[in-house]
Structure formats: structure tokens, C-alpha cells
Design a protein around this ligand. Structure first.
Ligand code: PEP
Ligand code: MN
Length: 342
């Protein structure tokens, strides 16, 4: 259900409607728009009696939302969401006209490694550094990440290079720590339907980068975002990272068609990860170009200064010099599309 407020409705009237919704045992989500505020309602099993709300001052109408996802939907919020990520070097904007670049190693291995990558990425203007302190690995014998020690290394990178940190949380415990240390909480493909983790991310302070599950449909992907938003965290960014198909020449099949499909249904930014999406270094640049051309709101790229020595995903990690080239090309493509890279 969606309550549409008049364009001149006061903040007090919006608050009154929200309290009435809460008094009915439901959850109110005020969504300010360019022209007017709408209030999404969740928590209802069936139809709600519209009369009570529709007669309140400042309300234009109540609209039932029939789609399974509500808060992520363009029906509820027709203006595109721009997520603002504060970093020590200023805010990074994601969505709307803004294309955001996130780069860094798959995993945090040592402080020297992270500093070397950050040092070499800095001249390309990277303001969001990625790197996993907690690694969800297929094998229990593979490198699992440094955990809290890794988060501390990332905090040092933040301090020394002024970069915001994007890092993955794999369970409730790590999510609380990531919320404290990082600037963006990444939820990985393997956890896209970990509903208790999604709810916890919905109660976190920091923006969330939600990766698509490797066999998730678009509806499942959007419903996962809905879980986060339904708990009150509206700063959600989606990320396509490739799905499993019969294709045998790359690690995953990067489903770039999902970008315009998301744009038709949701106001949330959608980024693309060409590294996991292909699994091969030589495919990262061409698929990055294609992702931005098709309308992606940002890229998440794995970069390592010594990929042959990387503890995870070395074969899909590009070198910092290759990233410089990628960045230059992405800027040109974005300019053609009247978008700004940041
Ligand atoms: C990652 O970003 O390093 C990662 C583990 O990605 P995904 O969850 O998409 O596999
Ligand atoms: Mn990786």
C-alpha cells in the first residue's frame, strides 16, 4: 500500500499519517520525492482499510501496490535513488546521473598488499576501495580472509589514502564489525537469500551493496533488496555479478540485460562486477565498457598489483595500469551518455 501526500503537505501531516500507520501495527516508510512525499506501508498481510488514511489532512490517495516488491519499486518512488557515500575525500554519489567506480583486491591479504594497490589506484581517482576481510570460499581449505585484522588494515587504508571502504559481511557478527569499520557493507552472491543477514543489514547505518545470487531471478534479487529496505535502510545498491549458465568459456555469464530490466522496475542503482562476471582478466575491460554503455550506475572491479601471487581470484584481477586504461575509457563512454564518473 502507498499513501500519496499532496505536494504542499506539511512535515507534521506526513508525521501524523506515519503515526496512524504505526498505530495500526504496520510499518511506515516515508519516501520524499521531487514533487511530493509518498509513504510506503509494509507489514500488512491483506488489504488495509483505506478510509482511515485517505481522510487524513494532506493525503491525496492510497494506492494498493500489487507487485511483490514495494519499497524497491518505481511505483512507490518514481525518482531514481542516488546513494551518497561519505568518504574522507568527499561524498561518492551512486545512481541517477552518477557512475561510481569501486576497485581493489578480492581479499585483504596484508597491509603491504592493500597499501600497494591503493597507492597505485589513487592516481586514477579511485575513492572507493574494495577488499574482502571475510571471504566466503567454496572450499573450507581456501584462504578465508583475515577477519577483524583485515578490517583494521582497511581502516588504515582509509586513513592513509582517504578512500572509502567497501567490504563484505558474511554473517551477523561480521556485519556489525563491517558496519563499524567500513563505508559500504557488501552482501555477497552466496548470501543474497540469507534473510536474517539481509534484515540485519536493513538495521545497519551504512549503505549496502547487494550482489545478485548466482542463480537468482530478477524478482528474487529485488525481493532481497526489499528485505533490507523493509527494515529501514533505504541506501541499497544492486550489483550484477554474473549467473550460472551452460556457457563454458567463462566463470559466470554476465547478465547485462538485467541493467535495463532493473531500470524499468526499480529506482535503486545497479552496478556491475565484470570480474566475477567473467572470471578472466582479458574480459574485464570489454565487459566494463559494455556495462556502462548499457546503463550501469557503477563498476566493481578486482585489481591486484601482483595478481599471480593473489590469495584469491588472481586470474580475474587486472593490474593497476590496466585499471588506468579502463577508467579513461569508462569516462569517455559515460560522457557520451551525459553521466559523471566519480
Ligand atoms: C567478491 O566480491 O569478492 C565476491 C566474493 O563476490 P561474489 O559474492 O559476487 O561471488
Ligand atoms: Mn573475488
Amino acid at each position: 500500500m502507498l499513501v500519496v501526500m499532496q505536494s504542499h503537505a506539511t512535515e507534521e501531516q506526513v508525521r501524523e499519517v506515519c503515526s496512524r500507520i504505526e498505530a495500526l501495527g504496520l510499518k511506515a516508510h516515508p519516501i520524499p520525492g521531487a514533487g511530493r512525499t509518498a509513504i510506503g506501508i509494509t507489514g500488512n498481510d491483506g488489504a488495509i482499510d483505506l478510509g482511515v488514511l485517505e481522510s487524513m489532512p494532506g493525503v491525496i490517495e492510497c494506492i494498493p501496490v500489487t507487485k511483490p516488491y514495494k519499497l524497491v519499486s518505481l511505483d512507490v518512488k518514481p525518482d531514481l535513488t542516488v546513494v551518497r557515500i561519505p568518504t574522507p575525500s568527499g561524498d561518492v554519489l551512486v545512481g541517477g546521473p552518477n557512475v561510481a567506480m569501486i576497485a581493489g583486491p578480492c581479499a585483504v591479504e596484508t597491509e603491504e598488499q592493500c597499501f600497494a594497490v591503493a597507492e597505485q589506484l589513487k592516481p586514477s581517482g579511485v575513492r572507493l576501495l574494495r577488499g574482502g576481510a571475510y571471504k566466503p570460499r567454496t572450499s573450507p581449505y581456501s584462504f578465508q580472509g583475515l577477519g577483524l585484522a583485515g578490517l583494521k588494515i582497511l581502516a588504515n587504508v582509509r586513513k592513509k589514502y582517504g578512500m572509502g571502504i567497501v567490504t563484505e559481511a558474511i554473517d551477523n557478527e561480521s556485519l556489525d564489525l563491517v558496519d563499524e569499520y567500513a563505508d559500504v557493507i557488501q552482501i555477497g552472491a552466496r548470501n543474497m537469500q540469507n534473510f536474517s543477514l539481509l534484515k540485519r543489514a536493513g538495521r545497519a547505518k551504512k549503505p549496502v551493496l547487494l550482489k545478485r545470487g548466482m542463480s537468482a531471478t530478477l524478482d528474487e534479487f529485488l525481493m532481497a533488496a526489499e528485505y533490507i529496505m523493509s527494515e529501514g535502510n533505504y541506501n541499497v545498491m544492486l550489483c550484477e555479478r554474473g549467473v550460472r549458465t551452460f556457457s563454458d568459456f567463462s566463470r559466470n555469464t554476465l547478465d547485462l540485460a538485467v541493467v535495463p530490466a532493473v531500470r524499468k522496475r526499480s529506482h535503486l542503482p545497479i552496478l556491475v562486477d565484470p570480474s566475477h562476471g567473467t572470471g578472466k582478466r582479458h574480459k574485464v575491460l570489454p565487459l566494463s565498457r559494455a556495462a556502462v554503455a548499457v546503463g550501469a550506475d557503477g563498476l566493481l572491479v578486482e585489481v591486484h598489483h601482483q595478481p599471480e601471487k593473489a590469495l584469491s581470484d588472481g586470474i580475474q584481477s587486472i593490474l593497476p595500469a590496466e585499471y588506468t586504461e579502463l577508467m579513461a575509457e569508462i569516462k569517455q563512454i559515460a560522457t557520451l551518455l551525459h553521466r559523471t564518473v566519480n
